[in-house]
Design a protein around this ligand. Structure first.
Ligand SMILES: [Fe+2]
Ligand SMILES: [Fe+2]
Length: 133
């Protein structure tokens, strides 16, 4: 298991919490397939990962933009950094089919990133979005 539910901080916006819970579920399935070095399963789940992350990021961005949220661009920049990494690792996966590379990325980068991103950016945005109601 990559992330336990208690690893992800709850924020003051239920839509965002729901997106995070969904993400946790998909990433844990992805991680299981990676640890098992199940190439077919990884091939199957990778598009789901890309779709789910895009859904998560763009939903948050639309909510922030609609409210004229002041830190929109900084928050989006942090999403964009992760979008680029995922696109890069997907390209490398298509060529190399290396579960080890993906495992290192998930365990040493994505896992810390998502916890920090939620506690730093999403928590702040959630407070503002709720206040703007
Ligand atoms: Fe988020
Ligand atoms: Fe975010």
């Amino acid at each position: 298991m990559l992330l336990r539910p208690e690893d992800l901080p709850q924020v003051a916006n239920e839509m965002m919490n729901m997106l995070h819970t969904e993400e946790l579920e998909v990433f844990n399935r992805f991680h299981d397939a990676i640890v098992a070095k199940d190439i077919e399963k990884i091939d199957e789940i990778f598009p789901e990962i890309l779709f789910d992350v895009e859904d998560h990021f763009s939903t948050e961005e639309q909510m922030m933009e609609a409210q004229g949220y002041g830190f929109y661009q900084m928050h989006k920049n942090d999403h964009d950094t992760m979008r680029k990494k995922l696109a890069k690792f997907h390209m490398r996966w298509e060529k190399l089919k290396s579960p080890t590379e993906l495992q290192n990325f998930l365990e040493n980068d994505f896992k810390q990133w998502i916890k920090l991103h939620i506690s730093k950016w999403d928590s702040e945005a959630a407070l503002h979005l709720n206040a703007a109601g």
